[in-house]
Design a protein around this ligand. Structure first.
Ligand code: NAD
Ligand code: MG
Length: 397
């Protein structure tokens, strides 16, 4: 097998670092083609020295200048590029085979779509891209013959539990493959048992301290509100060609089962493993083969028990909002996602309280009309409008 050239979008983040860890274990299979980040040039410099990519891209201009200078000083041949166009350029480059889409938020949409339109093997961690523009995104995958593989642990688990002939359900819907429903598991985050009254005063540090997973700040807050599970419900509908009613959210605090698929004959298939993103990353990288990921063997005896319960919407209003947006479809998920990104950033900057994240999303969804998103321009305009509305709602709180 020839060596696969891999572009990692969002290399300095939690998923990016785990991806580089897996790639470095298999130098006979993979080489790093390009690494990208927003502005953390020192981290990117260290990664370039270790992995020797052909390109490094930073979103921020001053950071790109600093990186180029540092790499020159160290004698590293990596070429430094800057800006959104350069992200799309390395994601769609003729010499890259695999693209890990691990930018956080809506900023990941255009470079990920560029990879899709170039027919790449795209490993999708950036769920916001799919939530924001699912219809356009999945049509582009089919039209350009891209291979889309899920990195989100739940979706990777579902993918592993579905039949191999996935082309069938992508055309005819999941029911045609004998699937009755998807059981989407959720840990419940750090506030699963916190007294409701205390949710008004929780800090960004507490919200980011996830009990089972170590992740970037934005997804950590989304896990604490469970908006993350709502985004994942929408993501599952697009990835597996199914309807929100066919997806049941289940709280499973141990995060050992990563999701399940129930068939019409009553069989329920689950994928289990330690909560470490290197498992889905290695799975998607090598699919349909299997490679080592560095993840320790699951100690099922030490795990001892697996608990399940239904989510509580009073505690997790964001999950309910996302379920409603999923049912409403059109640009409702785009608006939900944009309003959430602005609200989470404001919470992390201590401008709003944790419980106000749901209030901001509710107000924006009430104020903005939902339309059929039949072009990328319309999707981006809806996203922008929702961000503006969210900022004004926050100012008025
Ligand atoms: P992170 O915050 O740790 O990293 C984000 C990366 O995106 C960084 O490299 C950052 O430089 C880059 N980035 C941010 N804004 C950018 C911009 N405007 N332009 C270009 N690059 C930009 O986030 P993460 O936890 O690694 O998550 C990345 C994505 O993967 C998210 O969409 C998240 O929902 C998804 N995901 C993460 C996990 C996890 O365990 N961390 C699990 C499932 C899904
Ligand atoms: Mg997940």
């Amino acid at each position: 097998m020839s060596i696969q050239q891999v572009t990692v979008l969002g290399a300095t983040g939690s998923i990016g670092v785990s991806t580089l860890d897996v790639l470095a274990r298999h130098p006979e299979r993979y080489a790093v083609f390009a690494l990208t980040a927003d502005r953390k040039w020192q981290v990117l410099a260290t990664q370039c020295l270790q992995h020797n990519p052909r390109y490094a891209v930073l979103n921020d201009m001053a950071a790109a200048v600093a990186l180029a200078e540092e790499l020159r000083r160290q004698g590293c041949k990596t070429e430094v590029l800057q800006g959104a166009d350069a992200l799309a350029q390395v994601a769609s480059h003729a010499d890259t085979h695999v693209v890990m889409a691990a930018i956080v938020g809506a900023a990941g949409l255009l470079p990920t779509l560029a990879a899709v339109k170039a027919g790449k093997k795209v490993l999708l961690a950036n769920k916001e891209a799919l939530v924001m523009a699912g219809g356009l995104f999945t049509r582009a995958v089919a039209e350009h013959g891209a291979t889309l593989l899920p990195i989100d642990s739940e979706h990777n688990a579902i993918f592993q539990c579905l039949p191999n002939h996935r082309a069938d359900y992508l055309v005819d819907g999941l029911q045609s493959s004998g699937v009755r429903k998807i059981l989407l598991t959720a840990s419940g985050g750090p506030f699963r048992n916190t007294p409701l009254a205390d949710l008004k005063t929780v800090t960004p540090e507490q919200a980011c301290a996830h009990p089972n997973w170590s992740m970037g700040q934005k997804i950590s807050v989304d896990s604490a509100t469970m908006l993350n599970k709502g985004l994942e419900l929408i993501e599952a509908c697009w990835l597996f060609n199914t309807r929100p009613e066919q997806v049941q959210v289940v709280i499973h605090p141990q995060s050992v089962i990563h999701s399940m698929v129930e068939y019409v004959d009553g069989s329920v298939l689950a994928q289990l493993g330690n909560p470490d993103m290197r498992t889905p990353i290695a799975h998607a990288l090598a699919w349909p083969e299997r490679i080592a990921s560095g993840v320790a063997s699951l100690d099922i005896i030490a795990t001892a028990r697996l608990d399940f319960s239904a989510p509580d919407y009073e505690r997790f209003p964001c999950l309910h909002l996302a379920q409603q947006a999923a049912a409403r479809a059109a640009t409702a998920p785009t608006i939900l996602n944009a309003a959430n990104e602005v609200a989470v950033a404001a919470f992390l900057q201590r401008k709003i309280r944790f419980d106000q994240i749901a209030q901001v999303i509710t107000s924006v969804l009430d104020k903005q009309d939902v339309i059929e998103p039949d072009s990328l321009e319309l999707v981006i305009a809806s996203d922008q409008k929702a961000r503006e509305l969210a900022h004004s709602v926050i100012l008025a709180l």
